[in-house]
Design a protein around this ligand. Structure first.
Ligand code: TXA
Ligand code: MG
Length: 322
């Protein structure tokens, strides 16, 4: 169903404007993927270096053939299996459809069909592809609510569709299907073992620093202002937190709940998510909350690395990198 807000947002896109919209992973900052004028504005607002490619969002899995070329059987299989959903496929681009501005000059394009009703309404009403990075300034924490987008981008965005909190909470998994075998470029909403199960073989992981630099692959990314210190276990977290508190630092804790009973006095509880899915959903809001509280240090215990926990662990490692 097309609401007035979706119809208006589609008009904004057609006029080369920028629309922030919810996806199941994080909010995207959308522009008409076939308009170089709109894309130039997108890069300017995002403060993103021109050689960093953006993902093109499509309203229907069938559109894969319009935007990609020489598609492998693996790419088709993954699209059929996971779209709509939090998986981005990097494939060889159809030069007629995809401009150098979207791909940072690469021969490939990242494509995905998001699993979020408002996003799909917008994509179908607009009709074309929507280029959308996460709707935060370059290098900052991704937004998972419309309020986060407003706080980051203010008047630089022409319309914001409010779909509430994102249901997954971390970005899409990215796999490169442009070569002879599928490679993992970024952990995310779809666990790698589910991809391997569909393909019937293990998926190689590209090492950090391998290939062209891309924001999701930079060691230091997804960073709040507070210093993030990752520790393996709640017992260590208490020792670590006490050390920072003793040094006079305002210190917070994010750890899987329930938390142990004897926490140091003065330690601020930023989050104690009861399970891994909830940890992923609340992760970026917690990192933002650490800054809102004016914390100097956030001590973090990651969730178990199964399922979406592996992506959470990856983002926390990058948030902690100096
Ligand atoms: O969940 C998501 O993927 C969100 C929502 C809005 O869809 N989008 C997102 O976009 O996280 P962004 O721009 O923050 O991260 C996109 C990542 C970057 O690391 C970029 O380099 C990579 O995708 N990427 C896009 N196209 C690529 C390509 N052709 N080759 C390699 N990496 C690509
Ligand atoms: Mg991003």
């Amino acid at each position: 169903m097309t609401t007035a807000a979706v119809a208006r947002a589609a008009r904004v896109l057609r006029a080369d404007g920028l629309v922030a919209f919810p996806t199941e992973t994080v909010y995207g900052l959308g522009a008409d993927a076939s308009s170089d004028t709109a894309l130039a504005r997108l890069y300017a607002v995002k403060q993103r270096p021109p050689d960093h490619p953006v993902i093109v969002h499509l309203g229907d899995p069938d559109r894969l053939d319009d935007w990609g070329r020489d598609l492998s059987d693996d790419a088709r299989l993954l699209a059929v299996s996971f779209w709509p959903g939090p998986l981005t496929l990097v494939v060889r681009r159809n030069d007629q459809m995809v401009s150098d501005v979207v791909t940072g000059g690469r021969d490939t394009v990242g494509l995905r069909v998001p699993d979020q009703p408002l996003a799909l309404d917008l994509l179908r009403e607009f009709g074309g592809g929507i280029a959308a990075p996460s709707a935060n300034r370059f290098g900052r924490v991704s937004p998972t609510t419309a309020a986060h987008v407003r706080a980051d981008l203010g008047n630089d965005v022409d319309a914001i569709l409010d779909g509430g909190s994102c249901s997954v909470g971390v970005e899409s998994t990215i796999v490169d299907c442009s070569g002879s075998h599928v490679r993992l470029l970024r952990r995310g909403g779809v666990p790698v073992d589910r991809i391997a199960a569909i393909l019937g073989r293990p998926v190689d992981e590209a090492a950090d620093g391998e290939g062209p630099a891309a924001p999701g692959r930079l060691a230091a990314h997804y960073q709040p202002r507070a210093r993030v210190v990752v520790v393996g276990h709640s017992d260590h977290a208490i020792v670590e937190a006490q050390r920072h508190l003793d040094g006079g630092a305002r210190t917070g804790l994010l750890a899987p709940g329930p938390l142990p009973p004897d926490l140091p006095s003065g330690l601020e509880i930023v989050g104690a998510p009861p399970n891994t899915d909830e940890y992923a959903r609340s992760l970026y809001a917690c990192l933002r909350d650490a800054d809102t509280r004016g914390l100097d240090v956030l001590v973090v215990v990651p969730p178990a690395a199964q399922g979406v926990g592996a992506a959470v662990e990856d983002r926390l490692r990058r948030a902690a990198a100096s």
